[in-house]
Design a binder for this molecule. Structure first.
Ligand SMILES: *Cc1c(COP(=O)(O)O)cnc(C)c1O
Length: 432
């Protein structure tokens, strides 16, 4: 069994051979690696080669793969029940834990993915306001629901097109898209359209198009404009929730969003998403309110119990400072190696970091906070680095627009081993 053969077989039975596009390596080229198992900071491919994992399933694994404390809970759950489709105490315990610790969450509803969470939150906001438009920012990802796959068009602000075929004109027309980091344009759009806007949605830490760290003033401006026009504000914290700190970006910024979406870490590696917020909004959800939303596997015991174990561990052990320090150490050393070996004319690497997230890119004079200022040629240069170090067993996300993650299993010794592997990979690729 090897990855090449498996990928050929997979392409015959699934579109592009995958069940989520970025896994196909279409952004970096080559054949995707097929993995068979994982432990801590490492994954093993089907041929037995090991990789140090900095993709971490795109974010859920705060404590690495199969942490013993979480694994115990998962094994126990297998002996309790797999699914009830009925009331059970596990989702209650997770809901109580979150609502106790997070002040802007009065009530929470669990679903099975981040996409489903955002989709449901949008429906609630439309029902509460009776308005039909939503506003999003170019460079934020909110899952694959139709109305949020809309991107900015080439024309004026507010004009839009779509990131996917199959999305109706009316949906595109009702999604307003504005660039990140531009208070003036945002204000202009909200001034003209504000009375029709049911929801402003943002990733308070945009981490799906590189890592586009926003200015606090910009985020504050969003808060004041949405307040002025009575527009509910959704913080999509599917990546940043429980990752930048227990309270996510909302906690760090001291901003209380009306609605918040979680995913990734909240399920401890199992398929869980959640939408949550003030009772005034969440009481609109059925059966209490008129907004229908349901799920056969919602509140699944594996996700609920693993999620609670992860969140409790994060809350009590508070690994965030250690993670951030590891990230600083690792990315600085890695950038040193990249600048030593991965040389292009008039080009220098830098790492953009936040907590345990990182993004490597060309060094720019000004901070990159909107997609229009991402340096040209980024994708190709990233692809070359990606493959150079993949050969030596370092697995970064297979796209230059995805961020890297560290877990608590990325210890100093694992990071040291990683840096050795990176140096070997870069030497072989660039000194040949
Ligand atoms: C991953 C992600 C989603 C979508 O979550 P899925 O579980 O993949 O559907 C939505 N919003 C943000 C910010 C994300 O990072």
């Amino acid at each position: 069994m090897n990855s090449k053969d498996l990928f050929e077989r997979a392409k015959k039975v699934s579109p592009g051979g995958v069940h989520s596009p970025v896994r196909s390596f279409s952004s970096v080229g080559g054949t995707p690696v097929f993995f068979s198992h994982a432990d801590g900071a490492k994954m093993w491919d089907v041929e037995g080669k090991d990789y140090i994992d900095f993709c971490l399933s795109f974010g859920p694994l705060l404590f690495g793969h199969r942490h013993p404390d979480i694994a115990r809970v998962v094994h126990d759950t297998a002996d309790l029940a797999w699914t009830f489709g009925a009331c059970e105490p596990y989702s209650l315990e997770l809901a109580e834990f979150i609502t106790e610790k997070i002040p802007w969450v009065d009530k929470i509803r669990f679903v099975s993915s981040g996409t489903e969470a955002v989709m449901s939150a949008v429906r609630v906001a439309k029902a509460v306001t009776g308005r039909k438009k939503i506003l999003k920012f170019d460079g934020c990802y909110h899952g694959h629901l139709d109305s949020l796959l809309v991107k900015a068009g080439s024309g004026l602000a507010g004009e839009s097109s779509s990131d996917s075929a199959g999305i109706g004109e009316d949906i595109i027309r009702n999604t307003l898209v504005v660039p990140l980091d531009d208070e003036n344009l945002l204000e202009k759009v909200i001034r003209t359209e504000g009375e029709d806007i049911a929801l402003v949605a943002i990733e308070p830490l945009p981490a799906n198009y590189g890592l586009l760290i926003q200015r606090k003033e910009f985020l504050q401006k969003i808060v004041s404009l949405t307040k002025a026009y009575n527009i509910p504000l959704l913080f999509d914290e599917v990546i940043s929730g429980f990752r930048v700190g227990f309270g996510g970006m909302a906690g760090e910024l001291g901003i209380e969003p009306d609605l918040v979406c979680y995913g990734k870490i909240i399920g401890g590696g199992f398929p869980v998403g959640a939408y949550a917020g003030k009772a005034k909004f969440m009481d609109f959800v059925s059966p209490q309110g008129p907004v229908y939303q349901a799920g056969t596997l919602s509140g699944n015991p594996f996700g609920m119990r693993a999620g609670l174990a992860v969140l409790k561990k994060a809350y009590t052990e508070n690994p965030y400072t250690t993670l951030e320090n590891s990230n600083q150490y690792f990315t600085q050393e890695m950038i040193g190696l990249l600048n030593k070996y991965a040389y292009w004319d008039n080009f220098e690497w830098e790492a953009i970091t936040k907590a345990s997230l990182f993004w490597i890119k060309q060094k720019t004079e000004k901070e990159v906070r909107a997609i229009s200022s991402i340096p040209e040629g980024h994708k190709q240069k990233y692809a070359r680095i990606f493959h150079a170090i993949l050969k030596f067993g370092v697995y970064l996300a297979p796209s230059g627009y995805e961020v890297g993650f560290l877990s608590t299993e990325h210890t100093h010794s694992i990071l040291g081993e990683t840096l050795n592997r990176i140096e070997s990979g870069l030497k072989q690729e660039f000194l040949k």
